[in-house]
Ligand binder design. Structure first.
Ligand code: GLA
Ligand code: ZN
Length: 698
């Protein structure tokens, strides 16, 4: 193709379905429900979607009952007609396999496929996402409908790719505890540990007389007088994650064989959910696809917080989700499969986004590495549980306020083109997100208010305020590309990870962590050496005591390195005993007054920082941003509060994204003359961003 001659390599999803002109097709579309729409409207819908500039739709992920009205009786005629009409309007199709919501006939014939929740109660049909990931009958039936769809549409012009299932991370009870899962767990343990002796030793089952003499004796962690063995409980989280990955794998293997020229992905909500290890789930898929609902998320936070939340919370949380999506496949551009386009919610819903927000949220995803965006959804359902999850057309099919913005955003992303949308994201800093730590802290938090996810989110918020680009990496990831690596609550620490951290610091990197460091082995036993266990030498300290804080007040006095007001210590304090490390903060009250709270150790050519105190948000932000600067991470240029700056690169080209998350106009000083690719206007000195405004500069 012309562009490949220019040396621009397009990923598989851009090769499928070239447009008439031969140019690579972008993934800028909408989630469409012909299964819920009178057929007489399909032509008009397709014409209007083409008018917006959409290149594709995602369809059929909730249409099992229509595609298989009775077991083994398939009807794809309606779907084929819809695909043909869409294709006539040059709109490609991503087909969804429908295993997220089985038809009623299946539930009556195979009632055992439902999940059993953490209380041991069997869920009931009637909603969606209520089936067991291990159940072989459900797997067979899910594969059978997906296989029938694949054989039907493998060579259908216009079909370009697949979404397997829908939001596996959002299962109703997050975990299934049924008999099928118990048997699956036991088989998984047998292949992981090989022998019962090895398992009993790893878990320490001699405690409370739980020594197993047969794998079939091993329970799932359902309510039992006393907490489960931490090793068993952590392995069960790992098994349930694996069960979902292998459930998806069955459909993936079939699609690779039946539709080799189609791309395959699945859509999910990433952080703050930790249900499934998404690095495993997306490993064999072509790209990551996430769902993004900033307004809905804000409503949820209000409901949780039961009060006001600080204005920068949402943009930072959403940015964390995007950085995680991008980092899952090592920086590969990702897609937003569902982008909020209007009011969002089910029983309760969020208000219409303010003018400019839908466009802003679209560009924020691209600013963090997205290569494609599909909006949820084309029209607004007038029946079913999501009547209030508004689409681009209102209930009466009039255009919603988001219509104009979305049309503008689609046009702008087309103008930016594949080179920008496929470019890399610049990040000199990394934040570690570790599923094992998230699960192990949930199993034994030590303090009821300690949440690994909350720590990761608050650290991200603090670090991202310096707009220096952050990858959200796995514990075993290569650290060499980064100047500074942040890793809060490294509760479970493997020898392999410890040695990676050691060589990173030795090589000149800065490693920053906080309390509960290195407490647990991979099988969730407590290390038998003084804390922080395998990293004692790197951190240059010993933990003299670890203190969950309930009523006692504790503060931190900072050394000149972090010059500023004393900090507050929240729910936890690791009391540090330096053995070579410099003290950068000390506790101020109680029996630990004067003892070390924050230390920095020079190790090899690098630095290792231990923040023993659970710092208040203001102090945490100051400390982490100071450490970023110390590590040599630089922000391209300053921006006012409420404005986000990110950088994407390709070869020696770079694009600066400026995003105004406030409703008021902002002025940004720019270091050199730059052109806004969205308006084609040149600027020097300063540039204006109107409320919720966006600039893409180069
Ligand atoms: C999720 C699901 C969709 C729909 C939207 C709106 O992300 O994937 O099916 O439910 O949210 O709720
Ligand atoms: Zn189950």
């Amino acid at each position: 193709m012309v562009l490949s001659a220019a040396g621009i390599r397009f990923p598989i999803w851009a090769q499928a379905g070239t447009s008439v002109a031969g140019a690579a097709r972008l993934l800028l579309g909408v989630d469409y429900y012909p299964d819920q729409t009178p057929e007489a409207l399909w032509e008009e819908d397709s014409r209007m979607m083409a008018e917006v500039g959409f290149t594709n739709v995602r369809i059929a992920e909730f249409a099992w009952a229509l595609m298989e009205p009775a077991e083994g009786k398939f009807d794809f005629a309606w779907l084929r007609r819809a695909v043909e009409i869409l294709h006539k309007h040059n709109i490609s199709v991503i087909l969804g396999t429908p295993s997220a919501a089985p038809p009623p006939w299946l539930m009556v014939r195979y009632p055992d496929v439902v999940e059993v929740n953490a209380q041991g109660e069997r869920l009931h049909p009637g909603g969606r996402r209520f089936t067991c990931p291990t159940n072989q009958v459900y797997r067979r039936l899910s594969l059978s409908i997906a296989n029938a769809m694949a054989r039907e549409f493998a060579d259908t012009t216009g079909v370009i790719g697949w979404q397997i299932d829908n939001e596996l991370t959002l299962s109703s009870s997050q975990r299934c505890y049924c008999n099928f899962c118990q048997a699956g767990f036991q088989a998984w343990l047998r292949s992981k540990y090989g022998s019962l002796d090895n398992l009993n030793k790893s878990w320490g089952t001699v405690f409370w007389s739980q020594t197993y003499t047969d794998f079939s004796q091993i329970p799932v962690p359902l309510p039992s007088g006393g907490d489960p063995n931490p090793g068993l409980a952590l392995d069960y989280d790992r098994y349930q994650s694996y069960a979902n990955v292998s459930f998806q794998e069955e459909q993936l293997v079939m699609l690779r064989k039946t539709c080799p020229h189609h791309f395959v992905t699945t859509n999910n909500v990433g952080l703050p959910l930790d249900t499934i290890d998404l690095r495993s789930l997306y490993e064999k898929l072509d790209f990551v696809a996430f769902d993004n609902y900033p307004g809905f998320f804000e409503m949820l936070l209000h409901q949780e917080a039961n009060g006001p939340i600080s204005p920068d919370t949402i943009p930072a949380n959403i940015a964390l989700g995007h950085d995680f999506a991008r980092s899952i496949k090592g920086g590969k551009p990702f897609m937003i499969m569902e982008e909020q386009s209007g009011k969002a919610g089910q029983r309760t819903f969020s208000p219409q986004p303010e003018k400019g927000q839908v466009r802003l949220w679209t560009h924020q995803a691209v600013a963090h590495g997205a290569m494609g965006v599909n909006y949820f959804r084309w029209d607004t359902a007038t029946f079913g549980a999501e009547e209030y999850w508004h689409g681009i057309l209102n209930h009466d099919r009039s255009k919603s306020p988001g219509y104009v913005e979305i049309k503008q955003a689609v046009g702008e992303l087309k103008a930016l083109g594949p080179e920008v949308l496929n470019s890399n994201y610049a990040a000199d800093a990394a934040l570690v997100f570790d599923y094992d730590c998230s699960w192990a802290v949930k199993i034994q938090p030590g303090h009821h208010a300690l949440s690994y996810m909350a720590q990761v989110t608050s650290w991200y918020g603090a670090i991202s305020a310096s707009h220096t680009g952050i990858d959200v990496i796995a514990p075993g990831a290569d650290l060499a590309p980064y100047k500074i690596v942040f890793a809060p609550v490294v509760y479970v620490l493997s020898e392999a990870q410890a040695s990676k951290i050691k060589s990173f610091v030795q090589g000149g990197g800065m490693f920053v962590t906080n309390f509960r460091l290195g407490v647990k082995t991979e099988s969730s036993q407590i290390v038998r050496t003084p804390l922080p266990g395998p990293l004692r030498d790197v951190m240059g300290v010993t933990v003299a005591d670890y203190v969950p804080i309930y009523s006692a007040k504790q503060g931190v006095k900072f050394s000149s390195a972090f010059a500023g007001p004393d900090g507050q210590c929240g729910i936890w304090a690791d009391i540090l005993q330096p053995s070579g490390a410099e003290v950068l903060g000390s506790y101020t009250s109680g029996e630990h007054a004067g003892e070390a709270a924050i230390t920095m150790n020079s190790f090899g050519k690098g630095k290792a920082v231990y923040i023993g105190a659970d710092l208040d948000a203001g102090s945490l932000s100051r400390v982490l941003r100071t450490l970023s600067a110390m590590s040599g991470v630089k922000q391209p240029f300053d921006v006012p509060p409420g404005v986000e700056l990110t950088l994407r690169k390709s070869g020696d080209k770079q694009w600066i994204f400026l995003l105004n998350h406030t409703s008021v106009a902002q002025t940004v000083s720019i270091p050199k003359p730059l052109t806004d690719l969205l308006t084609k206007e040149a600027y020097s000195g300063t540039i204006e961003l109107r409320g919720y405004g966006v600039r893409v500069l180069s």
